[in-house]
Design a protein around this ligand. Structure first.
Ligand code: RB5
Length: 143
């Protein structure tokens, strides 16, 4: 799977760890920045990653800022994006199963790396349930 990944400075350290984990899983990665812990603006990176997913260049996207909040808000402004901010494995499973999320957001300052890798695995390994959830994601996509 080709996965686009991006962060601001608050998510940079975790992004680098997530990249390592994705490589170990055998995934292909496109890293859209940032490239250091120097201060940057999260909307730029949320938008870049979301556009990679919305255009079909990447199948899934992972975005990380300090809390995951700002960068998920940015990603969700791009049409076709359903970005779930997850702080637990259960949330990651449910955002795939119920929301058919095509992007995952996490907080580099709020989620420990060990848990973050489990969240990534749950996000990538869980399928969409469809059924009644399809109607709801269709409604989201109409907005
Ligand atoms: C940057 O300091 C911080 O505001 C950002 O990483 C994020 O947490 C915003 O939601």
């Amino acid at each position: 799977m080709l996965i686009a990944i991006a962060s601001d400075h608050g998510g940079y350290e975790l992004k680098e760890k997530v990249k390592e984990h994705l490589r170990d899983r055998g995934e292909k990665i496109v890293d859209l920045g940032t490239t250091s812990e120097g201060s940057v603006d999260y909307p730029i990176y949320g938008k870049a990653c979301a556009e990679a997913v919305a255009s079909g260049k990447a199948e899934k996207g992972i975005v990380i800022c300090g809390t995951g909040i700002g960068i998920s808000i940015a990603a969700n402004k791009i049409k076709g994006i359903r970005c779930g901010l997850c702080t637990s494995v259960e949330m990651a499973e449910l955002t795939r199963a119920h929301n058919d999320a095509n992007m995952l957001a996490m907080g580099g300052r709020t989620t420990a790396p060990d848990l973050a890798m489990k969240i990534v695995d749950a996000f990538l390994d869980t399928g969409f349930e469809g059924g009644r959830h399809q109607r709801r994601t269709d409604m989201l996509d109409e907005m």
